[in-house]
Design a protein around this ligand. Structure first.
Ligand code: SF4
Length: 324
């Protein structure tokens, strides 16, 4: 049995608001093994980004992790001092954000920022580090890399900055890469290149990847396992093949039905009716019942548990066994 690289146990994160505490991440547990890519999917506001930020210790006021454990190679990141946690971040763990400007240092050139990371991880001299920086930038699809390394973040477009961030994250050779919508802002060709790079990193260096995305095409391309989140909770978890072939939760079915797919015949794309519930005013029973076409009276009464009704396939739905 492979031992887990990352083990998230009963994680709970709240955000305080005028209307009370909002459970953005509600009692979620999962693991990521070395070399495995686990995708978390769901609509915006489902808690997937709050999950990745909680893992990295990046939840800020008015948010707070109030329960659970985040074990990285057995050490609980939630109980580490800031200094120790910083040693993990950008070293054993890297994160790629959707908005790269927040992570690049505006006062240093791109070359400076990448070569510093390369020198820290690969014990090479300054000149070699600069050469490698150019190579890294070329690998993420930046063609005029020798020019770009002399520039500052504000001189680059959003897409270019994103590619720089990815180059930095990959240069760290992390054991765990958390990628939060890493390619959303990029055009399709660059997106494919970046996904290939992440895949390559995972295969070659046995890096575990936690991929946060709303894009099921990216999930199909990249993931080994998939976690579907709704209203702060996991509603379905299984392998990527099983999820696409045999979804058990009506929300997952809705997501699949609203996404164009080449490999299956779809008469019409069907949007999921309604919106994600306001977390301060959650519906009774199953939080998905106001939007669920399979809802019955019992769904309004009691909140379903996440149950393994089928081997290695968990769903939070009282009707999952019926073959909806
Ligand atoms: Fe739909 Fe009921 Fe299943 Fe919830 S428990 S997803 S409302 S069928």
């Amino acid at each position: 049995m492979t031992s887990s690289l990352l083990e998230v146990k009963q994680l709970k994160t709240i955000f305080s608001s005028e209307n009370g505490d909002v459970p953005a991440v509600n009692d979620i547990s999962f693991t990521v093994n070395p070399g495995e890519t686990v995708a978390i999917v769901g609509e915006s506001g489902c808690g997937k980004s709050a999950t990745s930020l909680s893992i990295m210790g990046l939840i800020t006021d008015p948010g707070k992790v109030i329960a659970g454990e985040v074990l990285f190679e057995g050490s609980d990141l939630l109980s580490l001092s800031k200094k120790k946690l910083n040693r993990y971040r950008g070293n054993k763990m890297s994160m790629i954000f959707q908005e790269p400007m927040t992570s690049l240092n505006p006062v240093f050139t791109i070359g400076n920022q990448i070569s510093e990371v390369i020198r820290k991880h690969q014990r090479v001299d300054k000149e070699t580090a600069i050469k490698k920086s150019v190579e890294m930038l070329e690998r993420v699809g930046i063609s005029n890399a020798s020019k770009v390394i002399k520039q500052f973040p504000h001189q680059l477009s959003g897409g270019m900055r994103q590619r720089v961030m990815i180059a930095i994250a990959l240069a760290c050779m992390p054991k765990l890469l958390i990628a939060d919508e890493p390619t959303t802002a990029l055009d399709v060709t660059i997106q494919a290149q970046i996904l290939d790079l992440i895949k390559h990193l995972s295969e070659q260096q046995n890096t575990g990847v936690l991929l946060i995305t709303h894009d099921l095409g990216v999930v199909a391309e990249m993931a080994d396992r998939v976690i579907v989140m709704y209203a702060g909770e996991i509603v379905e978890e299984t392998t990527v093949e099983e999820l696409f072939d045999n979804p058990k939760h009506p929300y997952t079915m809705g997501l699949l039905g609203s996404t164009p797919r080449l490999e299956v015949e779809q008469e019409m794309l069907e949007a999921i009716p309604g919106v994600v519930p306001d977390l301060t005013e959650m519906p009774s029973g199953c939080p998905f019942h106001p939007r669920c076409k399979y809802a019955i009276e019992a769904c309004k009464l009691e909140k379903p548990a996440l149950i393994e009704d089928f081997p290695d396939h968990f769903a939070r739905c009282i009707r999952a066994k019926e073959g909806l």
